[in-house]
Design a protein around this ligand. Structure first.
Ligand SMILES: Cc1cc2nc3c(=O)[nH]c(=O)nc-3n(C[C@H](O)[C@H](O)[C@H](O)COP(=O)(O)O)c2cc1C
Length: 370
């Protein structure tokens, strides 16, 4: 998460804002974690059609940017996708539902990128049953480019307040095929309250908050060394780190100024939301979760193409005891006729935010069966 200047100033609170000068300014202009962002530049630079498609797939959205994918190349035109079981969120995603959705986003982005390169993909989900590979894919010449693919490099999860302006009717109609879109004030108000309450529960429950804190990367050096998780980078956040105002310890202390300001930033952001997008599936099987991820990715590319911002807000959909009331309420509001809400996202007009880090493709290739 790269916080904007506005947020950063808020984090400092009413205290002194020190202008960076001289050596400090020089330090601050060199804070971009180029190594961690290199996979974005390397996308599409591979000759093997599978590697070419995978180099785009790994830019897919995924929970806490854990990048839980591992791929084994098979023969000359096949591959198998595995869930790297070391990459899980046991506190907030105990059944790997969200992790599996992220793997669905990865698969859809792989297929879209293959199509641009004139490759089709035959895919079998869970070829060995639920505990084996996530998918087996065979590439063949002849795929068709999908216009959504042109937005892959511009797609983001936008974790910012959205503008206070309604979404055009044309945009809503265009997004209808990907998700349920809610713009009516009664539902939007109810969802603002739900997402805020759910966020507070996750933040104030020690073990679930600790799961996020453990995944925080503080500053350029940490982000480059471990290009995943929650990246706290950029000149302003790094200046707070240098000043000792933003540290792992401050994030672990709900009484610290930094922690309280963070809560205020989220309250403001979650309420600055004119609309929501929701993806439901008939059930909650691993196949449903993969399909939800594939659909979310397409939705996120479509919103990108329309100049709209999209931000998953998943807390109310998480399956742990403290969240049970919010989970039930989410389903009462959004799935009263049955089914499982797999994705809930804020939708609106927001800024273009920076790219998030990724592990290089080579770090995700494995030899045989995982
Ligand atoms: C299943 C799923 C759940 C997510 N839930 C949240 C969430 O609750 N809050 C949030 O800020 N981002 C959420 N995200 C977005 C990820 O944090 C984001 O995809 C990741 O950091 C990579 O950033 P990018 O999408 O901008 O490339 C979720 C993404 C997925 C696929």
């Amino acid at each position: 998460m790269t916080l904007s200047r506005r947020k950063t100033l808020a984090l400092i609170g009413g205290g002194t804002i020190v202008a960076a000068t001289g050596a400090a300014a020089g330090f601050l202009t060199t804070r971009t974690p180029h190594d961690a962002l290199r996979p974005w530049a390397l996308a599409g630079q591979y000759d093997d059609p599978r590697l070419n498609a995978l180099s785009y797939a790994l830019l897919a959205p995924n929970p806490h940017n854990l990048q839980p994918w591992q791929v084994a190349l098979v023969g000359t035109n096949g591959l198998r996708l595995f869930h790297d079981k070391k990459r899980r969120l046991p506190q907030t995603d105990p059944f790997d539902r969200q992790i599996t959705i992220g793997l669905g986003c990865f698969l859809e982005q792989m297929v879209l990128a293959a199509g641009v390169a004139g490759q089709g993909v035959d895919m079998t989900l869970f070829p060995d049953g639920p505990d084996g590979a996530i998918a087996e894919a065979k590439f063949y010449p002849g795929g068709q480019p999908d216009p959504l693919a042109q937005h892959i490099l511009n797609r983001r999860s936008c974790k910012e307040p959205f503008e206070n302006r309604p979404i055009s009717g044309d945009a809503i109609t265009g997004l209808d095929m990907f998700a349920d879109i809610y713009t009516d004030s009664e539902t939007v108000t109810a969802l603002k309250e739900l997402t805020w309450e759910a966020w507070l529960i996750e933040t104030m429950t020690e073990r679930t908050m600790q799961e996020s804190i453990d995944l925080m990367r503080f500053g350029k050096a940490q982000i480059n060394a471990t290009p995943d998780g929650i990246d706290l980078g950029g000149p302003f956040l790094e200046s707070l780190m240098v000043a000792g105002l933003l540290t792992r310890a401050s994030q672990e202390n709900p009484n610290s100024t930094g922690f309280k300001q963070g809560v205020e930033i989220y309250r403001e952001m979650l309420h600055a939301t004119p609309a929501y997008a929701v993806i439901k599936m008939p059930n909650n099987t691993p196949q449903d979760q993969i399909n939800a991820g594939r659909q979310w990715l397409r939705l996120n590319l479509a919103t990108t193409g329309m100049g709209l911002a999209l931000h998953p807000v998943s807390q109310a959909l998480q399956e742990y005891p403290e969240m049970a009331g919010q989970y039930d309420l989410a389903h009462a509001i959004l799935a009263s006729d049955g089914g499982t809400v797999q994705m809930l996202g804020r939708l609106g007009y927001g800024p273009q935010t920076p790219r998030t880090p990724r592990w290089p493709l080579e770090a995700k290739l494995i030899d045989g069966q995982s």
